[in-house]
Unconditional design. Sequence first.
Length: 300
Amino acid sequence: MNNKRLAAIDIGSNSVRLLITDVIDYKGSPFFKKDIFIRIPLKLGEDTFTNGCIGDVKLDKLSTLLNSFKGIISINDIDDWQVCATSAIREASNATEVVDSVFSKTGIEIDVINTVEEARFIIINSVEQNMDDDRAYLFTDVGGGSTDLILFYRKKEIAAESFHIGTLRLLDVSDGKEQGEWLRMKNWIYRYCREFTKISLIGSGGNINKIDSLLRRCGRIRREELVSFARTLKGMTIEERVIKYNMNTNRANVILPAISIYLKIMKMARALTVETPIIGVSDGIIKDLYRRKAEKLFEF
């Protein structure tokens, strides 16, 4: 298969991301080289998780942003691209209206993926090739509106589940609904993880990647390091976090809830480390696009 230039747009609860990747055919195998990555904190989840639907203001901003991304894609000679949306649109009562409105204003079709598909886009990154056979791995994707868990052992998927626990939801805990989800997560982890003596978390998403970068851990963060960093952040204002750690305001606002989620999952699973291979839904979309194009190439 010839070299390809592919793009993915991931519409999340907290941010909308554009990823452009060059896929190079090297000795018969694809090599994925990220070229452009743009992240805009639109915070669609603020509407969905508070009001149950996406309001007109956010909807207009989403259409404007996607038109901008479409322009970037058009000048970058992209061979193929796909737009996917996760929990913020998936759980909105007006999801169909949002998709239809965006299409009428931009000509862009949004694929609203379910939790199983979302998990598949994480799995498809093939990180399991580097797993040790004597250790279980709990993939943990923490988003603004949901946390997806996928348990692997000996390079095989044991179980997968999605929970309505996310960084934006934790910023608004007035209704207490998250307690039921925490209990459901605890029971799920106990059911599937209790037999394993060695468990490592594999984290994906912007927050854990940023934490790894700030702590300069190069792919593996110990639990005590997360505890210490959380303690430091709690003693700082949002503005102080932005200035000291050179993070944007949105990241400074949600990074503590993200750490809290990771620490609770690590405690439930008795995991001492979280590994950060820098993966996400947009990476999976790119690889899935490439796989589907390769399959079509060999169809008769």
